[in-house]
Design a protein around this ligand. Sequence first.
Ligand SMILES: Nc1nc2c(ncn2[C@@H]2O[C@H](COP(=O)(O)OP(=O)(O)OP(=O)(O)O)[C@@H](O)[C@H]2O)c(=O)[nH]1
Ligand SMILES: [Mg+2]
Length: 420
Amino acid sequence: MSERHQNLAVIGHVDHGKSTLVGRLLYETGSVPEHVIEQHREEAEEKGKGGFEFAYVMDNLAEERERGVTIDIAHQEFTTDEYDFTIVDCPGHRDFVKNMITGASQADNAVLVVAADDGVAPQTQEHVFLARTLGIDELIIGVNKMDVVDYKESTYDDVVEEVTQLLKQVQFNTDDASFIPISAFEGDNIADASDNTSWYSEETLLEALNDLPEPQPPTDAPLRLPIQDVYTISGIGTVPVGRIETGVMNIGDDVSFQPSDVGGEVKTIEMHHEEVPKAEPGDNVGFNVRGIGKDDIRRGDVCGPADEPPSVAETFQAQVVVMQHPSVITAGYTPVFHAHTSQVACTIESIDKKMDPSSGEVAEENPDFIQSGDAAVVTIRPQKPLSIEPSSEIPELGSFAIRDMGQTIAAGKVLDVNEK
Ligand SMILES: Nc1nc2c(ncn2[C@@H]2O[C@H](COP(=O)(O)OP(=O)(O)OP(=O)(O)O)[C@@H](O)[C@H]2O)c(=O)[nH]1
Ligand SMILES: [Mg+2]
């Protein structure tokens, strides 16, 4: 085990090869043995899904295997000399962007997969925008399926140019992006430099992953653990699971779940199927709290110390950037907000200021509406209790995405919370 940890999201348009790439990385790093890939190959062929053997490492649900698409996010671990990686494979299909948001909000850095034969596609754009707004620092761009385009350098250059334009559009620092021509399926430039791309002499994907900057130490904020699921496990009882965003959880701590507003003493903490006395930021844990039953808490609750409980917003003020909206956004608009693992309908109560996105200065006070491309400060009223924090205090719990009509409309950061 390495001492250092990276949470990595794999994002990109449907079918561009994200799951295949994760399966390939696990195979190349020895986390998945060859005979398992062989079993998957047989199953995939039986289902008429030949070629999905690496994707099946990640796509475990029966429906995912039948349809050949990822539906929910899946986590896997692998280790290199530099890092212990927890890799989150996100779905690319437009119907499952809400699951991608959860995945991206758990990651430090991301690999964007873009198929060389397709280039920038709608969810390439949507995922890059969300990654940027949800606080992903660095992007590695795998230009995948190079085998399909005969490893042509000119095709690679075209895709690099197209993605670079997109990164600039969403104001991603392109110095923090590195591009690699790969074939997840054939294994080119994943662990070893490929003979098929003699025109490319830079890093392989694994080298680029090892060279990622170490994630910034988390803020000294109190414990915040958004609940992703709640299980009942025989012999233990109710086990909420999630990733610790900030702070530390110890056995014996008194904790509170908000907005469900229940709490108790932490009895057990489990990580990678082992009991541990404490867990830290970045750790994916399952735990048990005295007196808490399955119906007392739910996905979207945040667990924190009883004496510094997670904030529950009556209203909050936020800075938002509108990505796409068919018409205009006015006060009274009530789309679904996705923050950490929570999804709650919220009303935009007032549009307080329109900002100039390039200078960050106020362009207009109390505008009547905002539209695609605008940045604004707005006041928001959740229609159901929502736990959220000011981005300046706990950035990990201070960002959100706004979705409506099956697409991401906007994303933003919380400036101020008026607590209930
Ligand atoms: N030729 C070739 N095919 C690939 C490559 N990578 C993936 N594929 C194929 O592309 C198809 C989709 O691969 P997936 O890995 O499921 O794609 P995905 O991005 O995870 O798709 P979603 O999770 O549904 O968004 C499968 O048939 C793969 O075999 C590649 O490098 N070369
Ligand atoms: Mg997939």
